[in-house]
Design a protein around this ligand. Structure first.
Ligand SMILES: [Zn+2]
Length: 754
């Protein structure tokens, strides 16, 4: 099925509306390496060759599936744009506007502990919270791996290219005696590089190794090496060679030892980590050596924790891991946490949010034979969706918080329908049942009538946003006024230049091509966040889990979503299968379609694998489905929950830590804070950790936010609810968001891991 996961390109075919090009897929996972490993002399063993790691997995995208076609909505807009009639609001009787239902606000439980003073320190007690990656060249394979791990976490680091730049005491400490680095990360234990005759030698000479080890010992800084060969050069990790092998497509399962379960305690203790696309040294421990195995492949040791004779602590993996590979996604966090003793800038958590767009609306349905019709959910489907959420939580405690987000179109909501899911003979059981189940889901403004908003006027934009909130208020549905999802992400710079020719994918004009009147109306109505789409280059932020302040209206912040290839016109497996294969199957319209049609089970598997990759990455962005996908096509089953369940099952097989499922305001607020965090990192103001007093001190360059893992926290008070600080315990870590004011030094209490 590899072909299906390659780049796809949607052909809009006969759809006569704007068709987003959903370049949504982060590829990666256990792809084989592009290059073949070199094989060196017996003394050093094989070495992965010089492959380019490529961009981080989150940047590799592929187009996805067909979007939905709001046939009726386009027509409806023409009719209703002026009058905007509603069955729900009786403007003639009293005229009072409905009072919005308060949206439940996420209550802060913890905050980081701030202290007045960091205290004094002696040499060797102060280290900057910055990591040093030492690689042998810009195309050192392990450099891409470390970058991927560190960028995802959002932790600052420097790269030193051994052989190009010397390792000296001055490079590692400041003139004041502060250690510049809190962890040393090597791409391989000996920093070997290939000479002209094909021999491998270390890029560091003896004095440079001594300078590095002196620093690690004096400052009690830990070292992690990827791709470590057995042997005693340049130092002994207690590993003795048994065999070595290039691992291609057939996975070698790696298991955690008891010690490994502590270092990688965010993983399922019984996890089997599939190693592919790697070069693996199978080793045994030298007799009498005190190293502790962390990972095994069968009877062989493939990761080890050891203490050098001078007391330095080291961790070594005996295999290479490709960028975005499953082993990298599973192990990166634990390696970094161990290396830094659990105190570092940045954070990584795991998230799963799903938007089901167009709730209350009627959308196109496409039958397997190509005929089209219309579809709208009814109350029974809503009941089934709520039950499926509970069932998901029962099966997978990691997804215990999971709730669907429902971007809704309120012009078809009957606010007067009785709030019940009982069959009352009401012509609109969806409205009444949605009112009854209002707290089972979360609600997002998706406009009243679902118009294309690329050219809409200020008045229409304003009415579409405002009226949709009023419809919800009249029905007692809580909706945050600060979040807006425009129909098909329209109005945000992606459209067909010729409005008369809507065939083919639309052009991405960048956010600068957005509808200014939409942004103005949104801003005037208090919208802070507009949902974007990772398919569009113009919506893709420059850092992981970041967003983009809109260039035409900076008060509006764009938070992208992940689209899926679950077709909006599909309500059951046969429809999804036909639509998917029409694009990606044997005769698919996609230029890179597969060589055979897939079954429904294979499609769900493929789609779940792509989404699980986002979850494993720690991507916070929501995935998008549509209302027809929620249809309970047979008892206990919908396309939505077939895919959600398969996705969560993949995640749960690997991870013990929960999948966070924040409300949209919290999600967008997190993305905004991550963006501020990366801006702060760019100023290169180091946070300095005093290991004796257990404090971190930081002087911010800007007013904003900084994420820190490993701070002491305390329960939040009433007053803390209004502060910019926030913290939570996630797995065995604390994750804090520290509110910053430019120039105001903050001192925080640390809680290092063991
Ligand atoms: Zn929609």
């Amino acid at each position: 099925m590899e072909q299906v996961r390659q780049h796809h390109h949607v052909h809009p075919g006969h759809h006569r509306v704007a068709v987003p090009d959903r370049r949504d897929r982060a590829v990666g996972g256990d792809r084989p390496l592009r290059h073949r490993p070199h094989h060196a002399g017996a003394d050093q063993g094989g070495r992965p060759g010089r492959g380019h790691g490529g961009p981080a997995a989150m940047n590799r995208l592929r187009p996805g599936s067909a979007p939905h076609v709001p046939l009726l909505m386009v027509v409806a807009l023409l009719i209703t744009a002026i009058t905007l009639t509603s069955p729900a609001i009786d403007d003639g009787s009293g005229g009072a506007e409905p009072v919005p239902v308060p949206v439940p606000v996420a209550v802060k439980k913890e905050v980081p502990v701030r202290v007045a003073d960091e205290g004094v320190a002696r040499r060797g007690e102060l280290v900057a919270l910055r990591q040093l990656v030492i690689a042998t060249g810009p195309d050192d394979f392990g450099l891409g791996t470390w970058r991927s791990v560190l960028d995802r976490f959002g932790t600052p680091y420097d790269v030193l290219l051994a052989g190009s730049e010397p390792v000296t005491p001055q490079r590692l400490t400041t003139p004041e005696g502060v250690g510049r680095y809190n962890a040393i990360l090597l791409t391989n234990n000996a920093l070997l590089r290939e000479g002209p005759a094909g021999q491998f030698t270390s890029a560091l000479d003896g004095p440079q190794w001594t300078a590095l080890w002196d620093y690690e010992r004096t400052y009690r800084v830990r070292q992690v090496a990827l791709n470590t060969a057995a042997g005693t050069e340049p130092e002994d990790h207690c590993l003795r060679a048994r065999s070595e092998v290039a691992v291609e497509g057939t996975p070698v399962p790696l298991a955690l030892t008891d010690a490994g379960r502590e270092v990688f305690d965010h993983l399922n203790p019984d996890v089997r980590i599939p190693l592919t696309g790697s070069y693996l040294y199978r080793t045994g421990l030298a007799p009498g050596c005190t190293a502790e195995p962390l990972l095994t492949a069968g009877d062989d040791v493939v990761a080890v924790l050891s203490r050098a004779p001078d007391g330095r602590e080291r961790l070594a993996l005996t295999f290479s891991t490709g960028v975005g590979s499953v082993p990298e996604l599973l192990l990166g966090r634990g390696l970094l946490r161990w290396a830094t003793r659990g105190v570092l800038l940045g954070e990584q958590r795991h998230w799963f949010s799903v938007d089901v767009d167009d709730w209350f609306n009627v959308t196109m349905r496409k039958y397997p034979d190509g005929r089209t019709g219309l579809y709208r959910l009814d109350g029974r489907d809503a009941v089934a969706a709520a039950a499926a959420q509970d069932e998901l939580a029962r099966r997978h405690p990691q997804a215990g918080e999971f709730r669907l987000n429902l971007p809704y179109n309120g012009s078809r909501l009957d606010a007067g329908a009785p709030a019940t899911c009982e069959d009352t003979g009401s012509p609109d059981s969806l409205s009444g049942c949605s009112k009854f189940l209002v707290d089972e889901f979360r609600w997002v403004n998706h406009t009243a009538n679902h118009p294309q908003m690329n050219d809409t006027t200020y008045a229409v934009n304003r009415a579409e946003i405002e009226r949709n909130l009023e419809f919800a208020a009249a029905a007692g549905i809580p909706v945050p006024p600060t979040v807006l999802k425009t129909p098909e992400y329209s109005g945000l710079g992606v459209y067909h230049p010729d409005r008369a020719d809507l065939s083919g994918p639309p052009t991405d004009h960048g956010l600068g091509g957005s509808n200014q009147a939409l942004l103005d109306a949104a801003r005037d109505l208090g919208v802070k966040y507009v949902q974007g789409n990772m398919s569009f280059a113009g919506h893709r932020p420059p850092c992981f889990n970041c967003g983009v302040a809109h260039p035409l209206r900076p008060e509006v912040f764009v938070v992208p979503d992940w689209p899926t290839s679950i077709a909006f016109e599909a309500t059951e497996p046969a429809e999804q299968t036909a639509l998917f294969n029409a694009a990606y199957g044997r005769a698919g319209t996609d230029p890179e379609h597969g060589d055979r049609d897939l079954t429904y089970e294979e499609i769900i598997e493929t789609e779940a694998e792509i989404a699980a990759q986002h979850l494993m990455n720690g991507s916070v962005y929501a995935h998008t489905l549509h209302q027809g996908n929620v249809r309970e096509y047979r008892p206990g089953h919908s396309l939505t929950f077939d895919w959600v369940g398969a996705t969560v099952a993949k995640y749960s097989a690997y991870f013990a830590v929960p999948l966070k499922n924040p409300d949209w305001v919290s999600l967008a607020g997190y993305v905004e804070a991550r963006t501020a965090h990366f801006a702060e990192l760019a100023a290169r103001h180091d946070a300095v950790w005093n290991r004796v007093t257990g404090t971190v001190a930081y002087t911010p360059a800007a007013t904003g936010a900084l994420f820190v893992t490993g701070l002491e926290t305390r329960p939040a008070t009433e007053a803390d609810q209004r502060s910019a600080d926030e913290a939570e315990t996630y797995g065995s870590d604390t994750v804090s968001r520290v509110g910053l004011t430019a120039g105001d030094r903050v001192v925080l209490k640390t809680r290092p891991a063991a």
